[in-house]
Design a binder for this molecule. Structure first.
Ligand SMILES: C[S@@+](CC[C@H](N)C(=O)[O-])C[C@H]1O[C@@H](n2cnc3c(N)ncnc32)[C@H](O)[C@@H]1O
Length: 404
């Protein structure tokens, strides 16, 4: 471990417990450091210290894993896994470590049945990722009686989630084919090597809402936009909806949906408005062809919109807001009276309050609604108050929507 004692002019680095030190604040200390070095940084009065990992490239120079002298990474890891204990009674697919939000910056750890998937977002985190995997392996075995069959490490680049296959290393066992997970007795097969290690679990809150509110969906027509691997659609189908139309563009996700639900996707031009099919999966680029898509769809009682992250950088923010607005406006035109609009967003640069404002204002332009609900975050997707960037996921429900 390398130690750096800072002088007074760097005291500002200790003001907030943000888990990153940006490179432009750290340039002068980099000469002696190598990618992946563990660095302890001590304040001018020696009262505060950080321990982090140095990255030789990228905007972030140090990812901080420890803020006080008394904490240990091991005890943090144990605490974070314990916090998820209750979830294990409901599902075998969850996030054990949620990156910066759990003070493991740049690292997520997911468990799906007996398979552990670690994602690290920088090469400097290789060593600690391996250590975490070994520790969790023993910890789960001893405390949760879970015998992991495989451990793999993915190093996705932030944007290219579709291309993680080539960056995947298996540390233990092997992964062949699809893995079966379960949520409240509902079983589903996922591909660990696809987006988000196979499944978006931040949206478990909506899965739970649908599961627990059958009356809202029973005998209703539902449109599920950006349906991903189709698990949400399966849960909707199990609530006895009268018609379900799912739309997704990723071939890989469509393949998983088809396998699980025994349906074949169609292309938009093959979709017949008056088709009597109850469960339809359309492959379409929604963002590119939203007007055409909506012009070919019938009316629905509930429309769910959950696009991918639309704000990869600051410049995307206003464009992203306009995309949400236009998806809402198009949806309102296809919503039956007293219908429901469910709006989810994982765009990290749009704050939950701002997202709610955009949704409410757009809906309220020509419509009113009976109830608004915001779903709570899942226990395995906590927020770190010192890391506002991590407060990314939101689900807003506008129920009983009608023309004003
Ligand atoms: C946030 S995820 C949706 C998660 C989903 N609601 C669930 O329950 O798992 C966004 C999805 O949108 C898909 N997607 C991205 N761009 C798209 C586009 N232009 N058209 C259609 N689907 C798209 C991605 O493949 C991904 O599956």
């Amino acid at each position: 471990m390398k130690t750096i004692e800072l002088d007074k002019k760097f005291d500002f680095l200790f003001e907030k417990e943000h888990p990153w030190i940006y490179r432009n604040k750290f340039n002068q200390f980099e000469k002696e450091l190598k990618n992946g070095d563990i660095v302890k940084i001590i304040s001018s009065d020696s009262k505060k210290s950080y321990t982090g990992i140095y990255a030789e490239k990228g905007l972030v120079a140090i990812r901080i894993f420890l803020f006080s002298k008394t904490d240990s990474i091991k005890s943090n890891l144990i605490d974070k896994v314990h916090l998820r204990r209750k979830l294990f009674s409901e599902t075998n697919s969850l996030r054990l470590i949620h990156g910066e939000n759990d003070l493991f910056p740049g690292i997520t750890v997911d468990i799906h049945d007996k398979h552990l998937v670690i994602m690290n977002y920088h090469s400097s985190l290789e060593k600690i990722s391996r250590w975490i995997s070994k520790f969790i392996y023993s910890f789960l075995k001893k405390n949760f009686q879970i015998n992991l069959e495989s451990i793999s490490i993915h190093s996705p680049n932030r944007i290219g989630f579709e291309s993680i296959k080539k960056n995947n290393r298996v540390l233990k066992g092997s992964i062949t084919g699809l893995i079966q997970i379960q949520f409240k007795k509902i079983k589903y097969q996922i591909d660990l090597e696809s987006q988000k290690s196979g499944i978006y679990n931040d949206i478990r809150n909506l899965r739970r809402y649908i599961f627990e509110n059958k009356k809202v969906f029973q005998n209703k027509k539902v449109l599920n936009l950006f349906s991903s691997n189709g698990f949400l659609s399966k849960i909707l189908r199990l609530q006895d909806v009268s018609k379900l139309v799912s739309v997704e563009d990723s071939n890989n996700m469509i393949f998983i949906h088809e396998k699980n639900e025994n349906i074949n996707h169609i292309l938009l031009y093959e979709h017949k408005l008056n088709s009597t099919d109850k469960n339809i999966l359309i492959k379409e680029d929604i963002l590119k062809n939203k007007e055409t898509l909506f012009s070919k769809l019938e009316n629905f009682d509930t429309i769910i919109i959950d696009p991918p992250n639309l704000t990869n950088n600051e410049k995307d923010i206003s464009k992203a807001k306009n995309i949400y607005k236009s998806l809402i406006i198009l949806s309102l035109q296809k919503l039956n009276k007293n219908g429901n609009l469910i709006l989810a967003s994982c765009s990290n640069r749009i704050h939950p309050n701002e997202f709610y404002r955009i949704c409410k204002e757009t809906v309220s332009e020509n419509f009113e609604f009976d109830t608004w609900k915001k779903l709570d975050l899942e226990p395995d997707h906590p927020i770190n108050p010192f890391f506002p960037e991590g407060n990314y996921f939101k689900v807003n429900l506008f129920l009983g929507v009608k023309k004003s």
